[in-house]
Design a protein around this ligand. Structure first.
Ligand SMILES: *[C@@H]1O[C@H](CO)[C@@H](O)[C@H](O)[C@H]1NC(C)=O
Length: 426
């Protein structure tokens, strides 16, 4: 790691010439003791890595090159959060919107026969024992790809405020350079959301772009203090260093400014599950015109403790966002969104060719287009229900599009996505 560091640092310097040019000059002048800028940077990165990577009970090398550390559940980063110093960890939720008593291992299955169960790649090479949780190890290069140590693991901030559309929509929908395809409900008190999302490997044109498909649980004003809980799958070369499709979570309590992060890349989310790693690659993926694979994500509020829980698949309760992390979400969510987002950096003056979902338009239907099915909200009675008055939103429907529907097994569903750049989206 130390040996590689010099090389990595130079790479950072090349990528960020304006902020680092001075340091580059100094740090390449070896032997005169003048590389203080580089040393500070090195120390900062080292300290951050130490914070994120906790001493493992054991480590598992994943076929995709990841290292998964099995860390004792009480040693995870969450407990560094100032609000969680005296937090008593909950090893199971008090309440589950799909189960009467929590002891049952299986929910009455509503899985459809069209798709197959899904796993994570690292599980091929081992597992973490009870009492530990799998954490994807962060490496020096991961941090060096970020614009700063502080920004690592956070959604990028755009400094230019965007004009609001006629109908007020959250800032995340108008963030410059981001394209969304979203189905949403608003105006109610929501206590959770669910969806089954099929999983693809969209092509990413530029390393600084990403493509993701997720649920958003939102509350508060869409200004400075937006509270958001997010979960889904993403391809993000910047965050992970490759084009793999990965399970992720995100949270913020101040509109993506100082608080929150992806996965376990800051203190906050408390994981209890020993089988699923946040940020780890999902496998297998759907194939165009052939096998389809999907994941289910359920997020709900525990009415007793106020914590927001997350379940992956039918029986992996992953963990929870403790109530003290939030302001508005300590009550309820005011908006739920389901859909896709890509970054359109227009680096060559044209629309990005980064794909959303399968990279195919909704018209192509099952097996070809990407979908969310059985989208549901948790209502005021803590029951899962189909959303009422589902709205949709796209910025440029010639680039990425959405088509909603309703059908027996699939409940409320939509197909979404697209190829990005094409003759109608130059
Ligand atoms: C990711 O995919 C793009 C093209 O889709 C390719 O240019 C790039 O090299 C890939 N990145 C990595 C880290 O594999």
């Amino acid at each position: 790691m130390e040996v590689n560091f010099g090389l990595c640092f130079c790479l950072l310097v090349l990528l960020v010439p304006f902020t680092c040019a001075g340091r580059a000059t100094i740090s390449t002048t070896t032997g005169n003791g003048g590389n203080s800028g580089g040393s500070i940077q090195k120390l900062e990165v080292k300290k951050h890595l130490k914070n994120l990577n906790r001493p493992p009970v054991k480590s598992i090398k994943s076929p995709d090159g990841d290292i998964i550390d099995c860390v004792h559940v009480s040693h995870q980063p969450a407990f560094d959060h100032p609000e969680l110093k005296d937090h008593k960890i909950q090893m199971r939720p008090n309440f589950h919107p799909e189960r009467k008593t929590f002891g049952e291992s299986k929910v009455s299955s509503n899985s459809n026969s069209n798709s197959k169960p899904i796993t994570q790649l690292w599980q091929k090479n081992g597992m973490c024992s009870e009492g530990t949780i799998p954490i994807r190890r962060t490496r020096t290069n991961d941090i060096l790809r970020a614009s700063s140590v502080q920004n690592f693991g956070k959604k990028k901030q755009k400094s230019t405020p965007q004009p609001k559309p006629a109908k007020p929509l959250p800032d995340i929908l108008t963030q410059s350079g981001h394209q969304h395809v979203i189905a949403y409900v608003e105006g109610g008190d929501f206590y959770g959301a669910k969806a089954t999302i099929n999983v693809w490997d969209p092509k990413i044109q530029q390393p600084n772009e990403f493509s993701l498909s997720q649920i958003w649980i939102l509350a508060g004003a869409f200004g400075q203090d937006l509270n958001s809980i997010e979960a889904g799958w993403q391809v993000s070369p910047d965050l992970y260093g490759d084009n793999n499709t990965r399970l992720f979570t995100y949270w913020t309590s101040d509109a993506y400014q100082a608080t929150g992060c992806y996965n376990l890349l800051c203190s906050g989310f408390i994981q209890i599950n020993n089988g699923i790693a946040l940020g780890a690659s999902i496998s297998p993926l759907s194939n165009y015109g052939s096998s389809q694979y999907d994941i289910s994500i359920l997020v709900w509020k525990d009415p007793k403790e106020g914590n927001w829980w997350m379940q992956f698949g039918n029986d992996h309760v992953l963990g929870y966002w403790p109530a003290p992390l939030f302001s508005y979400l300590t009550e309820s969510a005011s908006m739920i969104e389901w859909g896709g987002e890509v970054v359109n950096s227009e680096s060559d003056g044209q629309h990005t060719s980064t794909q959303m979902g399968s990279g195919h338009f909704p018209d192509e239907g099952f097996g070809k287009a990407s979908y969310f099915e059985n989208i549901q909200v948790v209502d005021g009675d803590n029951k899962l229900r189909a959303p009422k008055d589902l709205g949709t939103y796209t910025e440029k429907d010639n680039c990425y599009n959405v088509k909603t529907g309703n059908a027996g097994d699939w409940g409320t569903y939509f197909y979404y996505g697209g190829p990005g750049r094409n003759p109608n989206c130059p």
